[in-house]
Write a new protein. Structure first.
Length: 102
């Protein structure tokens, strides 16, 4: 029986590395890592992106704080309106709650 020197080449689905496997021993003979493209072309663009992210986070935080302040006012106005309606119509039963529907 003639000995085959051919190796099986397989691409790893996880890391896209190239594996050369000996079929007789079922062992990896050679491993070639996948060349990853650089994330940024230069350092300056990476720095600019980081600065932009910081300002975006700060803006989102300020927006959240403002909406929280307004939320308290909205709840207060809703409560006052419901209290006024309850005082105007004392004979009317209170609105049904979710738990009352069961």
């Amino acid at each position: 029986m003639a000995k085959r020197n051919s190796l099986i080449t397989v691409t790893c689905p996880c890391c896209q590395a190239e594996l050369h496997i000996d079929p007789e021993t079922a062992a990896v003979i050679r491993h070639v890592e996948h060349v990853k493209p650089p994330t940024f072309a230069d350092l300056e663009s990476a720095v600019q992106k980081q600065k932009g992210e910081a300002s975006r986070r700060e803006e989102a935080f300020k927006k959240s704080v403002e909406s929280h302040k307004v939320h308290q006012d909205v709840l207060s106005k809703k409560f006052d309106e419901m209290l006024k309606l309850a005082k105007e119509n004392p004979d009317e039963p209170p609105p049904r709650r979710d738990i009352d529907f069961d």
